[in-house]
Design a protein around this ligand. Structure first.
Ligand code: 4NP
Length: 155
C-alpha cells in the first residue's frame, strides 16, 4: 500500500481538492486498491468541516466528488505516510519545523512538474470561484506527474 498525504493550511480548499483529483486518477487507472490517500491542514480552524463550498463546486464541475472532512496534520503522519505533498512554501516550512519531521518524505507538490514556472499552489480562500478553477488546473497537472513518478518508483 502506497500512502500519500496532501497538506495545505486549512484543509478545506487545496488539499481536499488534490486528494479528490489524485483519487480520481487512481480510479481511472484501476489503482485505487494499491493506495491510501488523505489530506490535512497545518492549522486546526476547520477541524471536522466539509471542504469549502467552492472546492466542492469546482470538483463537481469536473465530475468529481470530495472525500474527507478537515483535520489537522499530526506528527504520526510522518510515520504513517510515504509521500507528503505541501501546497505552498509556507506549508512546507511549517512541516519542516514540525516536531518529529521526516524531511525526506516532504516536498512541494508543484516540484513534481518538471521545470515548473511556479512552486506554490496559491491559497484561493480569500478570492473568487475563478481562483479555485486555476488551482484545480495546477493540481490536476501536478497530480498526474506525481502519480506517474510513484508508479515508476514502485515498479
Ligand atoms: P486551504 O485554504 O489552506 O487551501 O484549505 C485556506 C482555508 C482556510 C483558511 C486559510 C486558507 N483560513 O484562514 O481559515
Amino acid at each position: 500500500m502506497v500512502k500519500v498525504l496532501f497538506v495545505c493550511l486549512g484543509n478545506i480548499c487545496r488539499s481536499p481538492m488534490a486528494e479528490a483529483i489524485f483519487l480520481h486518477k487512481l480510479a481511472e487507472r484501476g489503482l485505487t486498491h494499491e493506495f491510501d490517500v488523505d489530506s490535512a491542514g497545518t492549522g486546526n480552524w476547520h477541524e471536522g468541516e466539509t471542504p469549502d463550498p467552492r472546492t466542492i463546486k469546482t470538483l463537481a464541475e469536473h465530475g468529481m466528488k470530495w472525500f474527507s472532512h478537515a483535520r489537522q496534520f499530526n506528527t504520526t503522519d510522518f510515520d504513517e505516510f510515504d509521500y507528503i505533498l505541501a501546497m505552498d512554501s509556507s506549508n512546507y516550512s511549517d512541516l519542516m519545523r514540525w516536531p518529529g519531521c521526516e524531511p525526506d518524505k516532504v516536498r512541494l507538490l508543484l516540484d513534481c512538474i518538471p521545470d515548473s514556472a511556479r512552486s506554490d499552489v496559491p491559497d484561493p480562500y480569500s478570492g473568487g470561484l475563478g481562483g479555485f478553477e486555476q488551482v484545480f488546473k495546477m493540481l490536476d497537472e501536478s497530480c498526474e506527474f506525481l502519480l506517474n513518478e510513484i508508479v515508476q518508483e514502485q515498479r
